[in-house]
Design a protein around this ligand. Structure first.
Ligand code: ZN
Length: 464
């Protein structure tokens, strides 16, 4: 009876998705799940049980979508049949939608196919849905301060994750970033398998301590020492008072070269070493790549295939996506919390001070952006003040953003809440061949994409 109810729920969810798709309406990544979930209450649990290859979850403050996207490439090449929520709809209704959008018209899956659920899951939602998903592999990326109005402090998430790992009903495997002391702690609560990843490159350490540090103490309450700090509170940490210290990771990135438009590194998995080159800049891209590699490794994918796939990856929507309009490049950089913002700023800083930066900075305060925008004060916008920046501020909180930039020593040329107007005004100042950097919160990123993709065919989407 329940199986029939689930099928009906899925068929109706799938139908909702198709209607939205035909009418070109947004919401196909969430509404089908909402419809299906209303009809059958334990749907997520029974659907996840049906996955013969199990469920993989990717969670953490930054990098969920990019890591899941990288895994997409790897698992496709490895021949897995999987259901995934690549559109970034990472709450329960998004997960059910992914299932509903993948069934046939009778609500079933094609027979004799291996099946796996690959889901990025919001870090607070993971604690709520963990028992239903029962992941075979749960990957934990990092925890930074993010949208405090929704999540509460990092500490509360850390303890919820610990309870969740401790209380799970099946052994499974966790994949953890050992460079983040909060995430590393999870292994203490795990009786099943643990795969670890991290960066091993002392040349990369940052010398200035930025003001974002979310994990400074060991469990005895003593301040952690860092021998190397890579980004925010991620690095090689240890405590002088107890035996707590970062272990050597099983999967690591070494010999890292960060370029303006790409990154190159050695992927090291046990005794194997591979050269990887990815056409996306930024240290966090490397974290996402080794997280994906470690997760695939946990699923039994051969290391040769993992390396080959990482060399083929492309950026997902709004994550360093590049559009071309009137011979000008527009690069969209999704930014939603202080640590991500700092890394984004490092990406747009040119090699030479004589090169100018054209920047459109958009701050929206919708639910998906975070209604509390005070996090912009925790990011190090001051890094840009030595550069020649043509700045336009936009979004529902354009003037709050303008004030923050002003305090960082940069005054906008234009402050305008209308995103379309701001985009064209920002482009006005750029000669052909030049580039506009767009820093945008989630809903702002979607708006910019939609303006660029719907404008009269002159725009050529050139996802890197
Ligand atoms: Zn200690």
């Amino acid at each position: 009876m329940n199986a029939l109810k689930d099928r009906i729920a899925l068929v109706l969810g799938r139908l909702t998705g198709q209607i939205l798709h035909l009418r070109r309406k947004d919401g196909a990544t969430a509404l089908p799940g909402l419809v299906s979930g209303l009809i059958s209450k334990n749907l997520l649990s029974s659907l996840s049980k049906n996955m013969t290859d199990g469920v993989v979850t990717i969670s953490g403050t930054n990098g969920k979508t990019t890591t899941t996207n990288f895994l997409n490439f790897i698992l496709n090449n490895a021949g897995f049949m999987f259901v995934t929520n690549t559109a970034g709809s990472n709450l329960e209704r998004g997960l059910i939608s992914a299932y509903a959008n993948s069934v046939n018209f009778l609500g079933g899956y094609p027979k004799n196919k291996q099946r796996l659920g690959l889901f990025e899951v919001d870090e607070a939602e993971l604690a709520r849905t963990f028992d239903q998903l029962r992941p075979r592999v749960a990957t934990f990326l990092n925890l930074f301060r993010d949208q405090l109005d929704r999540y509460g402090e990092v500490d509360s998430l850390v303890s919820r994750w610990q309870e969740m790992v401790k209380g799970r009903s099946e052994p499974g495997c966790i994949v953890i970033n050992v460079d983040d002391p909060n995430v590393c702690k999870l292994q203490k609560y795990m009786s099943g398998d643990v795969i670890t990843f991290g960066i091993e490159d002392e040349n990369l350490k940052i010398t200035e301590l930025y003001n974002v540090k979310d994990a400074r103490f060991c469990e005895m309450g003593n301040q952690l020492q860092y021998d190397v700090l890579y980004m925010s509170h991620l690095g090689k940490w240890r405590c002088n008072c107890c035996t707590t210290a970062r272990p050597d990771p099983m999967v690591s990135a070494q010999n890292i070269i960060l370029k303006n438009d790409s990154c190159i590194f050695d992927l090291v998995v046990k005794e194997f070493r591979y050269k990887i080159s990815i056409d996306m800049p930024g240290l966090y891209v490397i974290y996402d790549a080794i997280a994906a590699a470690a997760t695939a490794y946990a699923l039994g994918v051969k290391t040769d295939l993992i390396a080959e796939s990482l060399n083929q990856v492309k950026a997902p929507h709004g994550r360093q996506e590049i559009f071309v309009a009137d011979q000008k490049e527009i690069r969209i950089l999704l930014t939603k919390n202080p640590t991500g913002f700092n890394e984004t700023i490092k990406i747009i800083i040119p090699d030479s001070k004589s090169v100018g930066i054209n920047l459109l900075a958009i701050l929206n305060d919708g639910i998906q952006d975070g209604e509390d925008v005070s996090w912009i004060y925790d990011a190090d916008l001051e890094m840009l003040k030595k550069y020649n920046v043509d700045l336009v501020c936009s979004g529902t909180r354009a003037s709050d953003f303008a004030l923050r930039w002003h305090l960082a020593g940069l005054d906008p040329r234009l402050v305008c809440s209308d995103i379309e107007v701001s985009l064209y005004k920002a482009l006005d100042n750029i000669s052909p061949g030049g580039r506009l950097e767009v820093i945008a919160t989630y809903t702002a990123m979607l708006q910019v994409r939609s303006i660029l993709t719907s404008s009269s065919g002159e725009v050529e989407n050139e996802i890197l």
